[in-house]
Design a protein. Structure first.
Length: 155
């Protein structure tokens, strides 16, 4: 299924043609059978429109954002910032470089919907089983998320 979120653009083609070393996320994309995850999401997650009538983001790329969040220990605002900043995150998630990207509140609502449906932990367990069967162990990491805040104190 193609849509405005995952249809490849010219920018996607150019990035794909660049000779880059394979990253951890490229390896994970090859190892994990995301079709089985997508089947569960398609069966249980039925949201097709947002509250204001716009098309909803596709479920599988949104779930991949939750994986990134867990692996890199990112908050919802941190995930939004990283997604807008890191080519590897856009490529891994499956969004197009030309598509609109979800903000932190959309990511939070998606996670809460999966929790309400009772499939959040089930999906993560399935991912972990697949990685373990390939001899991979994924632990949480950390990206430093620094924010500049104005202070009322004078130096």
């Amino acid at each position: 299924m193609t849509d405005k979120f995952t249809t490849l653009s010219f920018a996607d083609y150019i990035i794909e043609q660049r000779k880059q070393p394979k990253t951890f996320l490229d390896a994970v994309n090859q190892i994990i059978d995301f079709k089985s995850v997508d089947r569960i999401l398609t069966k249980k997650y039925k949201k097709t429109k947002s509250a204001d009538g716009r098309p909803a983001y596709p479920a599988l790329p949104m779930f991949k954002l939750l994986l990134l969040q867990r692996w890199y220990n990112l908050s919802d605002p941190g995930m939004e910032e990283a997604l807008n900043d890191r080519i590897s995150f856009i490529r891994f998630s499956g969004f197009s470089f030309a598509s609109p990207l979800p903000d932190h509140s959309t990511i939070c609502r998606f996670r809460n919907n999966l929790l309400d449906l009772g499939i959040y932990e089930k999906l993560f367990e399935q991912i972990n089983r697949q990685l373990e069967s390939q001899g991979m162990l994924v632990k949480e990491g950390a990206i430093v998320d620094a924010t500049i805040i104005e202070s009322s104190r004078r130096p």
